[in-house]
Design a protein. Structure first.
Length: 289
């Protein structure tokens, strides 16, 4: 076990909070003012993770905190234990409480890597969510007229593989998807090219709690932030008033840009997914030993 001195773990803790606040301070200010952000609120509201928890730095498996006077906040947190002046993650207790969920996460992430990768969806899931409806999900103008927006959907084959996006399709759009997606078959459909599968790495890291070191958790959050930007820039909404660009996926040039950025995000997601899976295996091996 690697034991951090109090000076070391306090520095890690403070750096983590500073890094998280780059994203959370603006959100908290907007929430206090009652101001919505159509792009970034998604990361704080769709994923029901408390901001106070995002500010928590976890050392992760195999790291102990020199804590003779129980000065660390971790000594009072659930799934930590204190022994002989050192505070560490209580891996056995966490696995005992959450093993079925951890096993499911491992299956989803493993399948996401193994399943055939698609880079031809062009972000049409957002278009399918406004297809033939007078009530778009976001308070933003559409880039095209409603008729033109519907035509984009009808001129493409929708190839969404992510159930949690598919379930927000309008009733008229769901039959247009290449595959019928259900909560039960989601493990078989997830694939690494999907922007939402990349964003969900943040969700899975959060569910793994103290097993995941703080730097990895914030890495997943920052990648979700980047993926969300592409998600909305390629959507039918006009986000230019918020300072964002347009990826016009209804054109060949827009499709090319979307796939290029999608591939970069998928590669970054591969690295984080591998780190999460490695952590899960370390936890199972730790518990077995």
């Amino acid at each position: 076990m690697n034991i951090l001195t109090e000076t070391e773990w306090r520095a890690h803790n403070n750096n983590h909070i500073t890094r998280a606040r780059r994203y959370t301070d603006d959100h908290l200010a907007r929430r206090k003012a009652g101001t919505a952000h159509p792009i970034f609120d998604f990361l704080f509201e769709y994923y029901p993770i408390r901001i106070s928890h995002l500010h928590r730095w976890h050392p992760g498996i195999g790291i102990g905190l020199a804590d003779p006077h129980r000065a660390s906040p971790h000594s009072a947190w659930r799934y930590y234990y204190h022994h002989n002046g050192v505070t560490t993650t209580d891996v056995s207790a966490f696995l005992a409480a959450h093993k079925p969920a951890i096993t499911q996460i491992r299956t989803i992430l493993t399948n996401t890597t193994a399943n055939p990768t698609r880079f031809d969806c062009f972000g049409l899931h957002e278009w399918a969510m406004v297809y033939r409806t007078d009530h778009p999900r976001h308070n933003l103008p559409l880039r095209l007229t409603p008729a033109e927006t519907n035509q984009v959907v009808e001129q493409h084959t929708i190839k969404c593989t992510h159930f949690d996006a598919y379930r927000f399709f309008t009733p008229e759009a769901q039959p247009l998807n290449l595959t019928v997606l259900t909560r039960e078959n989601r493990e078989h459909g997830e694939q690494r090219g999907c922007l939402h599968a990349t964003m969900d790495l943040y969700k899975w890291a959060a569910k793994l709690g103290p097993l995941i070191p703080g730097d990895l958790w914030l890495d997943t959050f920052e990648l979700a932030w980047q993926a969300r930007i592409l998600d909305m820039e390629a959507s039918p909404y006009d986000c230019r008033s918020l300072g964002f660009g347009v990826v016009p996926i209804e054109t060949p040039e827009g499709k090319h840009e979307y796939v290029h950025r999608q591939r970069l995000l998928a590669h970054a997601g591969d690295l984080l997914r591998h780190r999460i899976l490695t952590t899960i295996e370390q936890a199972f091996a730790f518990n077995y030993n």
